[in-house]
Ligand binder design. Structure first.
Ligand code: FAD
Length: 531
């Protein structure tokens, strides 16, 4: 038996051209998140007869549950410097150049799309926009400029754009906890509805149809156990998202173990496997946009902790985190906490032959409990509608968070050395009094002592928000083989093979869906039909 990757096309070769095609289009788009939506809009608007095939019963993928912010650029040249440092030689320069150009046009694109269907965009965190002073970034006591996550050269050129919710917004009823991401999706979906773009739900793309040279001629899809073929006279665009729910791919590509995902269940890396079978090179497979958070046996989707987006240096964070020995091991609140935090949990201890930080444990006190919810559930699936209580009391009553009268009892529950944990907490509390964290440099105004009983703890696990890896693409969004040669008539957009290969820029994945989707859609539509 061949190994089961939870994947699509079985058998040794791609399917060859059938005698009869069931459906006939110019451009076939696989997956309907932002990337699939933008690709289809661009392909349609450039004259291609376009179809979107979406695997799940509900469209939206990660996109619909996202924070909806898109990074944009006030100066493409400066942004290119920033992107080069962000990606640190992991991404071809042509791809970064195209992205920097696209970011400088992104506000215009989003504003036009939004206005056409009754919405407005808003700018945030800008430093350099003509005639504007630095605004929100300063007000939030940031340590880095503008919309940049890190203080690299060119950082001042970045800002963020999102769509404001107004009376034109109609909710997507199967989602939970959705914010500006759903508003932006409403804009995309209104555009899809207004165009002659066919959308098929519950219809996963299973494999490509290719000729003997490997050129992609179409795809095989499935609906309710019925397979059918779709001819793509011009091209196929893969927008199938990441491998947040493919454990086998994760065990092959990630150093870290026991990663749990907060993404929709349909993101199982199908596009990666199909592209590999067509001969694609892969990149950035190790790279996760991820943090720490919570998993519970009765929930299919993990819940990440509630501190998202840019760090606010003056915002109190209730907890510290300790490993299985009762020691702190990281700054619990780094600059872009949903980017790099997961990496701190990766440490493998060769002496104990295990990961001492998986799980790790949040510890906070009664004052911290009252600060606000520690978890933030979101979902694109009506089977998961959990809402975290504002004061964390429901989770305490349900036993998800455990309560103890003193630290010794809490240590006993965690099976960590009580003296070590007492020492960790005493050192932390002293740091809070002095206003410094000499061990991990957590910003002083985010520090809060753990001193008022009762005390609370909850196990935390590595959480993937989204993966970045997938097929390598060039500046035209064509998927390429290991030698950089395009696989003919095959394109990608979105987080499937994202360009972020070292650090993640907040708002960057969504921006990539729109910038890359537009490039992919237009280039796909411009292909000469093969028949
Ligand atoms: C909670 C959360 C918040 C986030 N906030 C932000 C943010 O504010 N800014 C930002 O830039 N990024 C953010 N991100 C990341 C960003 O949302 C994603 O990277 C981006 O939305 C990915 O879009 P996509 O179109 O590439 O993939 P997705 O939106 O995931 O869509 C992929 C679609 O493909 C479908 N699919 C899978 N396999 C197949 C198949 N075989 N056939 C057909 N369809 C298939 C899936 O069902 C899915 O609908 C966030 C992510 C999460 C989870």
């Amino acid at each position: 038996m061949p190994p089961n990757y939870g994947c699509n096309g079985k058998g040794k070769k791609s399917m060859r051209q059938p005698a009869h095609w069931d459906l006939d289009y110019d451009v076939v788009v696989a997956g309907y998140g932002y990337a699939g939506g933008m690709s289809a809009i661009a392909a349609n608007d450039d004259g291609a007869k376009t179809i979107i095939l979406e695997k799940m019963r509900h469209f939206g993928g990660n996109s619909i549950v996202s924070g909806g912010s898109c990074v944009a650029s006030a100066n493409a040249g400066e942004t290119l410097k920033y992107l080069r440092r962000m990606c640190l030689n992991t991404t071809d320069d042509g791809v970064l150049q195209a992205f920097a150009r696209g970011l400088s046009e992104l506000e215009g694109l989003l504003t036009r799309l939004a206005a056409e269907v009754g919405f407005q965009t808003k700018r945030e965190r800008f430093v350099w926009l003509p005639g504007k002073e630095r605004t929100q970034a300063e007000a939030m006591d940031e340590s880095v400029p503008g919309g940049a996550a890190y203080p690299f050269p060119g950082a001042e050129s970045l800002y963020t754009v999102s769509v404001s919710r107004n009376e034109a917004y109609k909710p997507f009823l199967w989602t939970t906890g959705t914010k500006a991401g759903a508003t932006l999706f409403r804009v995309v979906h209104e555009h899809i509805k207004r165009r002659p773009i066919d959308l098929h739900l519950e219809t996963p793309v299973k494999e490509f149809v290719t000729n003997e040279d490997g050129m992609v001629l179409g795809i095989v899809a499935e609906h309710k156990d019925q397979r059918f073929t779709v001819r793509a006279r011009r091209a196929v665009i893969l927008c199938t998202g990441g491998f947040e729910h493919n454990q086998r791919l994760q065990s092959h590509y990630l150093q870290i173990q026991n990663v749990v995902s907060m993404s929709p269940l349909g993101n199982t890396g199908d596009g990666i496997l199909m592209a590999q079978k067509a001969g694609a090179a892969l990149w950035h497979m190790w790279h996760l946009h991820g943090s720490y958070g919570f998993r519970f046996p009765d929930m299919p989707i993990a819940i990440r902790h509630a501190f998202r987006g840019y760090r606010v240096n003056s915002k109190l964070m209730a907890w510290i985190i300790v490993d299985r020995f009762g020691r702190r091991f990281m700054n619990e609140y780094p600059p872009a906490s949903q980017d790099t935090l997961i990496r701190s949990l990766e440490y493998y201890d060769p002496d104990i032959q295990d990961y001492p930080r998986i799980p790790c444990y949040l510890i906070f006190d009664e004052e911290g409990r009252k600060l606000g919810p520690i978890g933030e559930p979101r979902s694109n699936d009506e089977s998961f509608t959990y809402q975290w209580s504002q004061d964390n009391l429901r989770e305490i009553e349900d036993g998800r968070i455990r309560r103890f009268g003193d630290i010794e009892a809490l240590a006993g529950h965690l099976k960590v050395n009580a003296d070590a944990l007492q020492e960790t907490i005493a050192r932390w509390n002293k740091g809070c009094r002095l206003g410094s964290d000499p061990d991990f440099m957590r910003p002083p105004k985010t520090m809060m002592p753990v001193e008022t009983p009762p005390f609370y703890t909850i196990a935390a696990w590595p959480i993937v928000t989204n993966t970045q890896g997938g097929p390598v693409h060039n500046a035209r969004q064509q998927i390429v083989d290991p030698y950089g040669e395009p696989i003919l008539r095959l394109y990608a957009a979105g987080e499937l093979g994202s360009l972020f290969g070292h650090l993640y820029q907040l708002g960057g994945n969504n921006a990539e869906c729109f910038v890359g989707g537009k490039i992919a859609g237009s280039n796909a539509a411009a292909e000469e039909p093969w028949c």
